[in-house]
Ligand binder design. Sequence first.
Ligand SMILES: [Zn+2]
Length: 326
Amino acid sequence: MASPDERRHRLLAAALVALVLGAAVYGIGHVRGGTSHAAAADPAATATAPVTPATRPPDPTRPAAGLPALDLPDPTEDLVPRVVPVAAGGLPEVESLLWYPGIPGADELMVGTVSGRIDATRRLFDPQPARREMAPVVALTFDDGPDPRWTPMILQLLAEKNVKATFCLVGYLARRHPELVLAERDQGHVLCDHTEHHVEHLDAAPHDQVVQEVTDGARSIASITGVVPPLYRAPGGHLGPDVIAVARGQGLRVLQWSVDPHDYERPPAAVIAARILSTFRPGAVILLHDGGGDRGETVAAVRIVIDTLKAQGWAFATPMFGPAPP
Ligand SMILES: [Zn+2]
């Protein structure tokens, strides 16, 4: 024997089936009536044939007394198209290898002019997801600048070799040398937020300091270029969940590296170059420095690495764009 509770559940289930069936019938009628909405969207059509809202048909979805109404669009209101982007997605949370962002897609929504409800969705373009570089291409990245002595040398070398790189800037140094930041941008290099004061172990810092360092670093760059940089790199590579969340929350991709030749310890150029040339692979992100001390050996090593890799048919790219033509 069914208990009163079970009987109530069965009645409710039967009512829901009736509602869903009713909604399906109603939906077919609504699509058929949709031509008037299409006409409304066409200015030429509206000039000759004013749109009259459809009169409300007998409503099979109207529930029996006591049951809640279904949340359906009002058939008497007009619909207007609205195009919305569809995120490309596909980038890893932390990028240690070379990735390129995807291309967003687009959906067209038909939105009720009165209720604001979405009546239908149509895919205009599929998004193209992010792509990892698998070809013989590597990325050079330079941290801790800009520096008035070493950055111009690196820029001159990159221009001479037609190589695009990524510069991870310390905010207060960027504000001290805005002309170097603009030179980097004007030569087509990609800029990256490396915090305002190069605070190492930001992963262990209070949340407020994380927010301030990441935000101020990006703002310092934007105050010079007018554009917020697309990337964040943690000083020392010290990342924690909070740092990653704060950077990504500000729309910054988190850039690590896969090759670290320890150029900041100032070994000879040949050693720096040999460390890179013995560990690189397709899509490698190479960590170098154009600030923070004497970078003479780094400059010389970069020349060796570019010449050697180019001679072997390798190309150079940034996390924003594919490789430049040779
Ligand atoms: Zn650094």
